[in-house]
Design a protein around this ligand. Structure first.
Ligand code: GAR
Length: 319
């Protein structure tokens, strides 16, 4: 499945161009479906048009931040984009816009975050006597330049550097970094290691759990070294299925079959486990509801945990 990204720019748009050309290479996991700008004169818009990409421009002057953001967002939705990639989009976003796209909006910032949020990054790095500047790709949250950093690249500062010369070199590095970071991010739901890491963090956050391999798959147990019982398994394309999945225990065979019938894109009956009520929850699909995964883990944990632990959990949840 190819991700559909909208790129927002304010200026030259060289990062946008790097994203577009990387997307034209074989097996790119994303396509650029819209280039939007708050600046109708942005040079990048003309390039996008020449490349046959839909464009949208709306000056922010005279509009409230919310109204301008809403118009940009409407264009993004109209283009059917599932991610927004900011590339030199020199606007502070309203909280609502950033929150609605949480986890689906990326930005590139010309510093090694958390250093030098905001503007004037290269001059500040030079003035501080830093050995390196660089760029960071991060998730966008309402707080400026503060979301999770996904990837970084460092660029040395030479004695002759001016903010302009450093900015130009950092841009070369950005052009390598951004397409790769976007490709990795939109493909994250296909990566078994990333899925297992996320699952492991949730499973091992439950009380008195440990991880132990079972028939070559990571398994999660509760109850201690000797008497521990499995409450979850991670299955990476087992027995010819294309699924990367979490296996947890349902209440009954009827429940399992009903879930599989209702939501075959989410649930399946795993070979060998199904008869005992274990259900497969498919993780290698976009838009997995990780809160629901956490709830399944807790439920399955409760089914396997000794009474003393479930009682503790009940008490904790009352508060
Ligand atoms: C890039 O260096 C990017 O990191 C920076 O603007 C430049 C845009 O260049 N972004 C920011 O400063 C965001 N706060 P481009 O238009 O040629 O891609």
């Amino acid at each position: 499945m190819t991700a559909r990204i909208a790129v927002l720019i304010s200026g030259a748009g060289t990062n946008m161009a790097a994203l577009v050309y990387a997307s034209r290479m074989p097996e790119s996991p994303y396509a650029v479906v819209l280039v939007g700008s708050n600046n109708p004169e942005a040079a990048g818009l003309a390039l996008a048009q020449a490349e046959g990409i839909a464009t949208f421009a709306l000056p922010h002057k005279g509009l409230t931040r919310e109204a301008h953001d809403a118009a940009m967002e409407a264009a993004v939705l109209e283009a059917g984009a599932d991610h927004i990639v900011l590339a030199g989009y020199m606007r502070i976003l309203s909280d609502g816009f950033a929150s609605r796209w949480a986890g689906r909006m990326l930005n590139i910032h010309p510093s090694l975050l958390p250093l030098y949020k905001g503007t004037g990054t290269h001059a500040r790095a030079i003035a501080a006597g830093d050995s390196h500047g660089g760029a960071s790709v991060h998730l966008v949250t309402p707080e400026l330049d503060s979301g999770e950093v996904l990837a970084q690249i460092a660029v040395p500062i030479t004695p002759a550097d001016t903010p302009e010369s450093l900015a130009a070199r950092v841009k070369l590095a950005e052009h390598q970094l951004y397409p790769r970071a976007v490709a990795d991010y939109v493909s994250r739901w296909l990566d078994p290691a990333a899925l297992l890491a996320r699952l492991r963090a949730l499973a091992l956050a439950l009380p008195d759990t440990d991880e132990r391999e079972s028939h070559g798959s990571p398994g999660f147990r509760v109850g201690g070294e000797k008497t521990g019982k499995y409450f979850a398994y991670f299955a990476d394309q087992h027995h010819g299925t294309p699924h990367i999945a979490l296996l947890v225990r349902t209440g009954s065979m009827d429940e399992l079959l009903a879930l599989v019938e209702d939501q075959p894109e989410v649930y399946f009956k795993p070979a060998y486990y199904g008869a005992s009520g274990w259900i497969g929850i498919i993780l290698n699909r976009p838009g997995v509801d990780w809160d629901a995964v956490a709830a399944w883990l807790e439920r399955s944990w409760r089914g396997a945990a000794p009474r003393r632990l479930t009682r503790l959990m009940d008490v904790a949840e009352e508060f």
